[in-house]
Design a protein around this ligand. Structure first.
Ligand code: SF4
Length: 308
């Protein structure tokens, strides 16, 4: 029995009885973005006709779904949706070059992939790469995982500068974390500056909207510092409409207050884990060692200026 036949037999074993019904709800997880919301799909005469959130679900938006999730039905009925594997038959590539796609069977597709993988494995497994959306429910993450034991070269996520190119680096620098979502479960006061995670966008939009709503219900306070008075500002206790491009000045003033006037900061953390102890010259740049060009700091143990 081929892998596809095995898969179909297993599906029939689990869902065979349900699929015989004329009208039923199929429970699933939306795979249109990272949030992986719990959904149920109404199926009538074998065709999906409605999508809605599962109220008791603890996944993603925990009961709700977004407009894109609802519009998932349109993808199903899209006349241009590709329903079977296709193979490029024109080896020439370039602008205006018709790839001349030809429909092939799943068996042929899997055999071709296996053949190519074996060929690459024999030559050098590091030449194998997987590429696709990093969305956890999109399947490509699993494929990358499958390639790992083969000592493949690596995998390339498809989000580019929209996501991993900036977000995760900032998250890692700020808090050694992959994500940059405020911890709404424990947050009691939030100063929101120019972002809208938890109110309409940002990373894990629907999950954070639910988390922020729950936090508001338990009394979390929010002040919004933003030139625009949009949705986020309307949800806060106060909107501080600063002038565009003045936010850095406000942050510096807040830092100055915390460090130099009120003195409520983790001195040891700043000293040991950041560049807060580097000396600053009259030109407001780090003072550097003439030979190594490394920043200089003042060592309190021997009262000497030295590099770290
Ligand atoms: S947020 Fe919307 S698109 Fe994303 S998983 Fe949930 S319902 Fe689907």
């Amino acid at each position: 029995m081929s892998i596809i036949e095995e898969d179909r037999a297993r599906y029939k074993e689990i869902f065979g009885e349900r699929d015989k019904q004329k009208d039923y709800w199929a429970y699933n997880v939306c795979s249109l973005c990272y949030n992986a919301c719990g959904i149920r799909v109404r199926v009538v005469d074998g065709k999906p006709v409605a999508v809605e959130g599962i109220p008791e679900s603890d996944k993603g938006a925990q009961g709700g779904i977004c407009a894109r999730g609802v519009a998932g039905l349109d993808m199903y009925y899209d006349p241009n949706r590709i329903l079977y594997p296709v193979k490029r038959t024109n080896p020439k590539k370039g602008l205006h070059e018709d790839p001349k796609w030809e429909r092939i069977s799943w068996e042929e597709a899997l055999d071709t992939i296996t053949e190519k993988l074996e060929e690459a494995m024999e030559k050098d497994s590091r030449t194998i790469f997987s590429s696709g959306s990093p969305s956890p429910t999109a399947g490509s993450t699993g494929f990358a995982g499958l390639l790992r034991p083969m000592k493949a070269g690596g995998s390339i996520g498809g989000a580019g500068i929209m996501c991993g190119g900036s977000t995760h680096h900032i998250g890692a620098l700020q808090s050694a974390a992959w994500d940059i979502i405020p911890d709404y479960r424990y947050c009691n006061y939030i100063l929101r500056c120019g972002g809208n995670e938890g109110w309409g966008g940002g990373r894990q939009a629907s999950s954070t909207i639910r988390l922020a709503a729950t936090a508001r219900e338990r009394g979390m306070k929010m002040k919004v510092m933003d030139p625009q008075g949009f949705t986020v500002a309307s949800k806060g206790q106060e909107w501080i409409p600063i002038l565009p491009a003045t936010d850095i000045a406000v942050f510096m003033a807040i830092a100055n207050l915390i460090v130099n006037e009120i003195g409520i900061y983790d001195k040891e953390f700043i000293r040991q884990k950041t560049n807060g102890s580097y000396l600053i010259g009259p030109d407001r740049l780090f003072v550097r060692d003439g030979q190594t060009n490394k920043p200089l700091l003042f060592d309190e143990t021997d009262s000497k200026i030295k590099t770290f």
